[in-house]
Design a protein around this ligand. Structure first.
Ligand code: ADP
Length: 448
């Protein structure tokens, strides 16, 4: 360890009280005291060099000896073991008053003595925060009074520059007293405000830590509930398929065998029942899909986006022809990602773009991709019926639909699956849309 660090360690361990709250004003006042002593040791040595030269030239031997004496006391304040911090502070302040006194006597009423007198006021306020704020003013007053008496009684040889020393001193000391009173008012106010701000900050920090902890617990709770819910959705949708299949097949048989024996009303009821069971089957399948979404079973690999879209055009050939839809994309890149959810996501956007088109205008769909440094941004734009802005968030919620089944079929699960997939791989999804003009869905895939 360097000598400087060693000295610093000793001074700080002597001048800062142990076991006090490091956020308290008391701690910072001790800390400043230690810093002050630590800085004054080398500074005093530097300041003493010109002082020694001047004192020797002008034969001011008393000041010279007193300077060296004060330096010794300063060393004792910093290094003497077994003395309380409070006593060290008292000695330090007393030293400053002594310096002020000696400089005033030896160098005159306008000399550095005044500066030391004022500095004593400031040091008391800093090193004894929260104590009697009038104390420095009273001490300066007593000091000025004693010094005035000394002048009056000519106890010390008076400096030549003073013609009427006592009157002059009264005028000068009233200025020092005035400044002393001002500091005694302002500094404690400043400290108390700083202390309040620090305490408030600590309180806020504590409450933030507490809230963060609660949030973590809540997130864990939500995660657990989500897993339970997904398991429930999976089991429910999986297990309900079987009884539903039975209902559908018996309804079909009922229709086939007794069609000619049933009247129109009964046939209509059977039709509705079959239709309902078909819809229910679709909902269960979608729900099953939703519960599986976001769980990436296959490993990350290069996914060719052109291949996915070509495959879509083959799979949906019938509807594309029926609606004369045009799907425009070219030269899409291969990207690193999860093939199954990316395919599912693109298929869902394209299905919707074809489904939610105008009756009299063939769907025109454009797929674009942008390289955004850390992620890919894909967009699917259509010229369909569009969506009002107020529903931009709602459409991603499970079972939320904006149209009735008669106009556009569906279960309201597609975009929920899409959102779950995208968020699971760390992407974002959003849209722009103008009613009757079309929609543009965006989503991102972080580069891995
Ligand atoms: P579904 O299509 O089965 O109803 P989705 O979750 O895929 O369910 O979509 C939710 C709703 O968002 C749809 O009911 C529809 O109103 C709206 N929507 C989705 N895509 C589009 C689109 N391309 N143009 C207009 N509306 C759309």
């Amino acid at each position: 360890m360097q000598i400087k660090d060693r000295i610093q360690d000793i001074v700080f361990s002597n001048c800062v009280k142990k076991n006090i709250n490091q956020e308290s004003l008391e701690y910072w006042s001790d800390y400043l005291f230690a810093k002050c002593i630590f800085a004054l040791i080398p500074l005093s040595i530097i300041a003493m060099v010109p002082a020694i030269i001047v004192c020797l030239q002008k034969e001011l031997y008393f000041i010279l000896i007193f300077d060296i004496f004060c330096f010794m006391i300063l060393l004792l304040v910093g290094f003497l073991p077994g003395v309380t911090v409070q006593i060290r502070k008292y000695i330090f302040i007393f030293l400053f008053y002594c310096l002020a006194f000696v400089f005033l006597i030896e160098l005159g009423n306008y000399g550095p003595g005044l500066v030391f007198l004022l500095a004593s006021t400031i040091f008391i306020l800093i090193f004894f925060p929260g104590k009697n704020t009038k104390l420095p003013f009273i001490l300066t007053l007593i000091f000025s009074f004693i010094y005035g008496i000394c002048l009056q009684l000519k106890i010390f040889p008076v400096h030549q520059s003073m013609e009427v020393p006592v009157m002059e001193w009264v005028a000068i000391s009233s200025n020092v007293l005035f400044l002393s009173a001002l500091f005694s008012m302002l500094l404690p106010f400043l400290f108390s405000k700083i202390e309040l701000t620090v305490q408030e900050q600590i309180r806020l920090q504590d409450s933030l830590i507490h809230k963060n902890h609660q949030l973590k617990i809540s997130i864990e709770d939500v995660k657990k509930k989500n897993v339970e819910l997904e398991e429930f959705a999976f089991i429910a949708s999986h297990d309900m398929q079987e009884p539903l299949r039975m209902i559908s097949s018996f309804l079909e048989q009922l229709k086939r065998k007794y069609e000619d024996k049933l009247d129109d009303k009964a046939q209509q009821y059977i039709f509705y029942a079959i239709d309902g069971s078909k819809r229910m089957r679709q909902i269960l399948l979608d729900l099953l899909e939703y519960s599986r979404a976001g769980k990436f079973i296959d490993p990350i690999r290069q996914v060719n986006l052109n291949d996915i879209l070509n495959e879509f055009c083959i799979l949906r050939r019938k509807i594309i022809l029926e609606k004369s839809a045009i799907i425009e994309y070219d030269n899409l890149p291969s990207i690193l990602g999860y093939a199954v959810p990316i395919t599912q996501t693109l298929h869902c956007f394209l299905d919707n773009a074809i489904k939610y088109s105008h009756e009299d205008t063939p769907p025109f769909i454009q797929i674009r991709i942008l390289d955004k440094n850390s992620e890919w941004e894909l967009s699917i734009e259509d010229n369909g019926i569009g969506i009002e802005e107020e529903y931009f968030d709602k459409i991603f919620i499970l079972f939320q639909r904006l149209h009735n089944r008669e106009s556009y079929g569906g279960t309201g699960i597609g975009l929920s699956i899409v959102k779950k997939n995208i968020e699971s791989w760390g992407g974002r999804v959003w849209l722009e849309s103008i009613v009757n003009q079309g929609s543009k869905f965006y989503f991102t895939i972080p580069k891995l």
